[in-house]
Design a protein around this ligand. Structure first.
Ligand code: MN
Length: 258
């Protein structure tokens, strides 16, 4: 049997489970709010064109408005100034939309401290247990933050000093970008950087380092708790927005079950 026939059979029989890592997309889907002096992204909205009525008697359809970085989405290198000469989202080669997943679970740390940041030593511990981070794969960072995804205020977790959500240290972001063969990072939070990363030195290290090294980001992921530490395959499917900095994406994981 060919590999693809075997894959299709395994999916239909349930031996390979297809998990949806995507958050539902609607008006309340959490979006990033920047300080007021900056331009703002828009929430997702449906605008009804017709629904089996005099505007269109047999059909239902909508226009949509959304930011590129709304809900579960893909960050292309050109999103950040460090990647300004890099790929826009339509230029990502299709083979790089499929890759193995390494899942790092720090949900206990993030529950104890919402400003928890992943350090290089945490990933060295992970590699000692599970092997090297995969070539052409995603590091998926489990923090438990997806449980807040239906409550925009809890998801942002902001106070007068700004948002408090888990992320990566400056050193870890640099190490992931420069020293690993990964495609990129996937997180459960609104962006790859910690909520407090505006005051890191330098600020927003994940965005700066990943984009600068041609790597990608996936954000607002769900169901990472259902993935094994290794062995799952991620399919990340952003829209090919020409010249776009990112796109809402359907992100699936294939997981082999016994
Ligand atoms: Mn983004």
């Amino acid at each position: 049997m060919s590999v693809l026939t075997e894959l299709a059979t395994a999916v239909s029989s349930g031996r390979i489970e297809v998990l949806d890592l995507t958050a539902p997309l609607h008006h309340e889907t959490p979006i990033l709010a920047l300080p007021e002096q900056f331009g703002q992204t828009q929430p997702f909205e449906l605008h009804e064109i017709s629904r089996y009525d005099d505007r269109g008697p047999a059909w239902y359809w909508n226009n949509i408005t959304t930011g590129e970085h709304t809900g579960t989405h893909f960050d292309a290198p050109v999103h950040w100034v460090t990647g300004r000469d890099g790929q826009s989202v339509d230029q990502v080669p299709p083979p790089r939309l499929i890759g193995p997943a390494a899942v790092v679970d720090r949900s206990a740390d993030a529950a104890a401290d919402p400003d928890f940041v992943l350090e290089v030593e945490h990933l060295e511990q992970w590699q000692a247990e599970h092997g090297s981070l995969p070539e052409g794969g995603w590091l998926l960072y489990r923090t438990g933050w997806d449980a807040r995804g239906d409550d925009p205020a809890a998801f942002a977790n902001a106070d007068e000093s700004g948002p408090h959500t888990p992320g990566f240290s400056v050193e870890c972001a640099r190490w992931l970008a420069e020293e690993t063969p990964l495609l990129g990072l996937g997180v459960e939070t609104v962006g790859t950087d910690a909520g407090g990363a505006h005051s890191f030195e330098p600020p927003f290290p994940c965005h700066a380092e990943l984009a600068g090294s041609g790597k990608y980001g996936l954000t607002s992921l769900r169901n990472l708790d259902r993935l094994p530490p290794t062995g799952a395959v991620v399919v990340a499917a952003p829209l090919p927005i020409v010249g776009g900095s990112g796109s809402p994406a359907r992100v699936l994981a294939l997981v082999e079950r016994d």
